[in-house]
Design a protein around this ligand. Structure first.
Ligand code: ADP
Ligand code: 5GP
Length: 188
């Protein structure tokens, strides 16, 4: 059986990644989503085991020691990690897996899976628009938004280092571009 592909979506926080991924998941129900572990506090409406497995630093560190993560990173001052067993099982069964991870994670996944992985960067049209979207979403404090904006400036320098880059200016246009990309990746 042919192995599945690992599709990594990476984007600065607020770029519209979650909005786009929700639609991609409905369009391609055959794609499995990797659910990360994180120490970040749960947001309203988030469900344990759906968006993330929420855990504390003590348990996260235990998982690191037991080598349970394919990759893990500190992002915006919280820990995030991708489960090795989960990802390997799915791609061995021929399923494609979607990973929503940061730039460090994308680099590590690419190093590990090489051509069996495809990395897609979602870019905001500008830093000002990114701040407006984060403020509009209203899920983070001003302090956290500032941390995310500073990280975004660094992450945007890397936008051409991935296999593809989609600019999310107009949502519909970005979605169509992403959808066509996914169709091509899955058919290959
Ligand atoms: P991320 O997952 O990258 O942090 P979200 O998908 O939560 O970003 O989007 C951040 C905010 O921006 C949300 O309120 C979302 O509705 C809004 N948004 C997403 N894409 C666009 C777009 N193209 N134009 C305007 N607002 C957008
Ligand atoms: P959020 O807290 O907004 O859900 O995610 C913050 C950032 O952490 C996003 O850029 C997201 O892609 C990234 N992230 C989520 N899970 C993982 C993971 O398992 N590994 C890495 N490296 N980054 C992750």
């Amino acid at each position: 059986m042919e192995k599945g592909k690992v599709i990594v979506i990476v984007a600065p926080s607020g770029s519209g990644k979650t909005t786009l991924i929700q639609r991609i998941k409905k369009e391609f129900p055959e794609i499995v989503e990797s659910i990360s572990h994180t120490t970040r506090p749960m947001r309203p409406l988030e469900v344990h085991g759906e968006s993330y497995f929420f855990t504390d630093e003590k348990n996260f560190n235990k998982m690191v020691e037991k080598n349970e993560f394919l990759e893990w990173a500190v992002v915006h001052e919280n820990y995030y990690g991708t489960s090795k067993v989960f990802l390997m099982n799915e791609i061995t069964e021929g399923k494609s897996v979607l990973c929503d991870i940061d730039v460090q994670g994308a680099d590590n996944v690419k190093d590990f899976f090489k051509d069996d992985s495809i990395t897609i960067f979602i870019a905001p049209p500008s830093i000002d628009e990114l701040r407006a979207r984060l403020e509009g979403r209203g899920t983070e404090t001003e302090e956290v938004i500032n941390i995310r904006i500073n990280n975004a400036k660094r992450e945007l320098l890397r936008k051409d280092d991935y296999d593809y880059c989609v600019v999310n200016d107009d949502l519909e246009k970005a979605y169509v571009e992403l959808k066509e990309l996914f169709s091509r990746i899955i058919e290959e």
